[in-house]
Design a binder for this molecule. Sequence first.
Ligand code: NA7
Length: 539
Amino acid sequence: MEPHHEQQVDVFIVGAGFGGIGQAYALRNLGLSIKVIDSLPDLGGTWLTNTYPGALSDTESFVYRFSWDKEDLQTYPWNRRYLRQPEILAYLRHFAEKHDIRKNMEFNAEMQSAIWDGESHVWEIKISTGQTFRARYLITAMGILSKANLPSIPGISTFEGIVAHTSHWPSDLDVTNKRVGVVGCGASGVQVISNIAPSVASLTAFIRHPQYTLPSNDRLITPEYRTWANENYDRIWEQLKSSLIGFGYVESNRPFFSVDPSRRQQLLEDLWNNGNGMRFMVEHFCDITTNEKANEVVCDFLRKKIYQIVKDPKKARKLIPNELFARRPISNDGYYETYNQENVSIVDLKETPIAEITSNGLRTEDGTVHELDVLVLATGFDAVEGNLVRVNIVGRRGKELKDAWVNGPKSYLGSFAAGFPNMFMVNGPKGAFGNVVPAVEASVELITHAIQRAEASREKYGSQGIVEATREAEDEWGQVCEDAAKDNLFNKLKNSWFTGGNIPGKAVGVRAYFGGLGSYRAIGTSATKDTWKGFKPLS
Ligand code: NA7
């Protein structure tokens, strides 16, 4: 390929994970030329790089996949309640190959800039290979948990062992018989800790804020269960797509305090023994994430479980969260049991914060050097808009996206941004909260409707086919998201990735639409298919 030759495409998609694959699939039969790039060496996005031991989805297998291809849903093999990382990656590869999408993809290619050319109405896109593209539609599918949060701990570059962030786990890293330290205990930290503890020489968990972790209750599925899913996919998707969080089960409408305490206890036990983190939040009660008093009772229940499982009370104390149960819940079988192993210890970073990394380990402020061969950073992500504001995206009148979002990201329907014509974001900021695959699908469908409408307008009226959300629509959607989040306790925890507060200096605020997947789909479909509400007239 000539490095400086400008190439014309209709649609330029950035990212080849669930979002980019889904968007390319949805557009593949519209007669448009499509280019998909990804900075990684293959497709898969999150599921290509999060290869740490124990990486597992917490969405049940029957709905952690695209809903669009019924034949594939009924025939593609899976046999456990949850999918492990290699299985999800294999599914994505299969889906892209089956639908012949790979041919549109180029890897090891990172978008460096995308600049709207207001005269010729195209995006001019430069990528790291030296190529330039001119595209009528720019679609970002860069993931909401893809930009790693690498904390700047003093001395980290002097460490003579191996440092690995969970989201970029080195393929040749073998921790067997090594002294391993893990910083962070979100979903990634919990999974990696439970998984490696049996084989390492020692494991030290460096914990700043312990989080509530619930059993996944993972297990092999029965053939009868698979037959049930295969025969009921139409109903399953219908229910899921009109539900609140899209995890494939009916969410409860039972208020917590409408049930007497002993029955409540039974229901909580049932969720502990049969559910997982997400089910625990929504399956038997409707207000655990909105009623603080109910949430506190639930926290007590979970704290007691930790004390029951972890035999050493000193360790148990360090694992007890002192915050509400209001983060993205963590599911993992055997996490608390892991701390009963003698080779597993905990450093409470609130008591003894990290002072520095030394050549041979991690020194805490009490002067102790915890000697390590491997330091795992399970420190999470600069989530949601992290990757979008990292690259140089310039809309109308030379306005950069990162400047437009200096006080926090904005969008219309999580997919469109005022001042950025013909730029679409798959599951961007203020998209639907919940199971990410149906959230991605919903966003992909809105974007596809908008492009179809623009193409029809070009064909019929000779217009430029420019789709642009109005500023009023963006502001109104921002308010809709604020209102929907008002009573939600998730937004009270200011230090989680959900609100942006896990990254120093990042604007803290609502980053998702909590009004429900069903409502999101209804509002978005009506706007993009029927009313064109919130968009400038197609020009
Ligand atoms: P999370 O959930 O953001 O967890 C990150 C963890 O790393 C959390 O325990 C943080 O503690 C800890 N952390 C981050 N920076 C530091 C520093 N500098 N020092 C000590 N500890 C630190 O990320 P995950 O990857 O586990 O999960 C993200 C999502 O992926 C998850 O919600 C699922 O949806 C899938 P803190 O709480 O800030 O004290």
